[in-house]
Design a protein around this ligand. Structure first.
Ligand SMILES: [Zn+2]
Length: 233
């Protein structure tokens, strides 16, 4: 009994379905990874912001210590200035005090800027932490959805593969080897429906001799791409 295009059509339809389900299942881990990457990015943003706040606090502390040390020095200079024995010494110390006072004033401005930046970073941290809570919930939802979808898909795949096995059992014996070779090397690309007068796989217009065969219901390989052609329903 020669193979009919009805069985080739059914096999192709199931092979396409199986391939599509497998593709969707294969995308699962990538989707899970994407959700995890987004979560990690939100976590990183929070920890980077915390680091930056810590750095600013250390910098402000360092500058404040420097400021206090210089204040102590100025106090010392003032004692020496009062005890100066000549005008030149007095002037030198006075200039030193003026220079240190100026330097401390610059430091004050710098400390103020750091504290302002630190305030801004605290505000940002609040926003990033709120965003992290949202991303965590989104990620948990996405993961649950993906796992649920995978369960459905695995069920679909099992059914489709069962259907495929049952249909393959109907393949006439003299076509079995050809079919297995075709599917092994090209998968669902091994077959194509006729599209008007062209191959549904490669779009090549088919010669009349081939079209006649196809119209009789005999599956025939495309003369161009080799896909086994069949009439669409
Ligand atoms: Zn073709």
């Amino acid at each position: 009994m020669p193979v009919t295009d009805a069985i080739v059509r059914r096999l192709h339809e199931i092979l396409i379905r199986v391939a599509d389900i497998k593709n969707q299942i294969n995308r699962g881990p990538k989707q899970l990874q994407l959700a995890q990457t987004q979560l990690q990015a939100a976590k990183d943003a929070v920890s980077q912001c915390k680091d930056s706040i810590k750095q600013k606090r250390l910098e402000a502390d360092r500058k404040q210590l420097q400021q206090r040390e210089r204040e102590a020095k100025i106090y010392e200079w003032q004692g020496k200035m009062n005890a100066a024995t000549n005008n030149r010494e007095y002037q030198t110390i006075k200039e030193q005090i003026a220079a240190d006072t100026q330097a401390n004033s610059v430091l004050s401005d710098e400390i103020f800027e750091i504290l302002e930046a630190s305030d801004a970073a605290h505000t940002l941290l609040g926003e990033l932490e709120a965003k992290l809570v949202v991303v965590q919930a989104d990620t948990a939802n996405a993961e649950a959805r993906i796992h649920e979808r995978m369960t459905v898909l695995r069920g679909d795949l099992e059914r489709a593969e069962g259907e495929l096995r049952a249909t393959e059992a109907e393949i006439p014996p003299d076509f079995i080897d050809t079919y297995q070779r075709m599917v092994e090397s090209r998968g669902e690309e091994a077959m194509a429906p006729l599209d008007d007068k062209s191959c549904g796989g490669c779009n090549t217009t088919l010669p009349p001799r081939l079209l006649d065969q196809l119209r009789l219901g005999n599956p025939i390989p495309c003369s161009s791409c080799g896909r086994l052609l069949y009439r669409p329903e």
